[in-house]
Design a binder for this molecule. Sequence first.
Ligand code: AMP
Ligand code: MG
Length: 414
Amino acid sequence: MIDACSLDSKRLLTLQEALDNIKANISAITDTEILSLQNALGRVLAADIYSPINLPFDRNAAMDGYAYASADSNPEQDFTLTLAGTSWAGKPFTGQLQPGQCIRIFTGAVVPPEADSVIMQEHVTAAGQNIQFPVNSKPLQNIRKAGEDIQQAELLCKVGRKLSTYDIGLLAAAGVAEVKVLRQVKIAFFSTGDELTSLGQPLVSGKIYDSNRYTLGGLLTDPAYRAIDLGVIPDDPQQLEQQFTKSAQSYDVIISTGGASVGDADYVKDILARCDNVNFWKLAIKPGKPMAFGNINGCHFFGLPGNPVAVVVTFRQLVAPALRELSGTNEVKKLRLKATATSPLKKSPGRQEFLRGICSQNDNGELLVTSAGGQGSHILSSMSRSNCFIVLPAECSGIQAGDIVTIEPYELFL
Ligand code: AMP
Ligand code: MG
């Protein structure tokens, strides 16, 4: 492990340096499992999937109407063909179409080989078995060719693909019933701090409710992860050490919040300092300065700050990319956009800042952003109100109304 910056060092680590270090120390899990398609949403493919069939499977009608051979049509005047039968979706016409004949056909029904055109039913006049086609009937229309969507043996989804709803639909259409995926990333998370009270307990002075575990539980909700909430560990070195040792045996990743800075009760740091493979970083970001990253007996460890908003920022910027890497997906979903600030934003040069913002769109489609309120790292009301981070570079010394800023929408990020 590159010891990019130790706790005692004065130098602050940039987000990019931290991310590079994390990525250099993480590789995707390799264990696989076979899942039925309906259980595979959000899972990461372990192998390429090729189509076993042509899609569409048959040449079929794109409209309800009448199928006929273009050789029977007359571009100059109207013409009449004799009805020879019907091709239903799921029940093809079994006869042979003779010259001068047409068949009734419905959307999705197989077009007989003798026909190459379908006319919409609204365009013909049917009188018993005689179907009258109007002048200027356009032949060679309304037919879906076999394989025009996907050819047999064509690549449907690539290894590393995190299966979307639409991938699942595509695979189902191609008849793929089971998929080989990478197993879920096993993640344990817990909070540390003597002040933490669990929900359902009355709050006494000096204590606070533990919110970080709930936020983390939400951030870790992803079919590619199996995240287990280990509760609250008090500021007790023995209990903490026990938890780390035990969890490292059964999980790929441990995430803790709190206790990673330099306070007297920050035992996380003391315990992990005994491991060779754990770095303590002071990051050049706000909020979220102190953080630990390393490896305990093969298990990746992220010691996030205790302050609730710092948890969100460090998770989204550093832990989420690491988990994606571990899960085996090759997709990057981080979307940053430009928006016009509608109010001034305070900032001192030095650290990259993540401000909670509310992004909206005006009638011209332009993105606007305003501060969501208080920006202290303990202020959860603005976190809840906000829908994006406003990302201000380290050197920025404040924003005026009308300035263009970078935003990172929450919803499109993970
Ligand atoms: P620490 O990093 O342990 O020094 O904590 C920094 C701040 O975050 C303190 O004000 C803690 O009370 C608060 N904090 C730590 N853990 C949590 C938690 N799980 N939920 C809410 N606040 C927390
Ligand atoms: Mg603490």
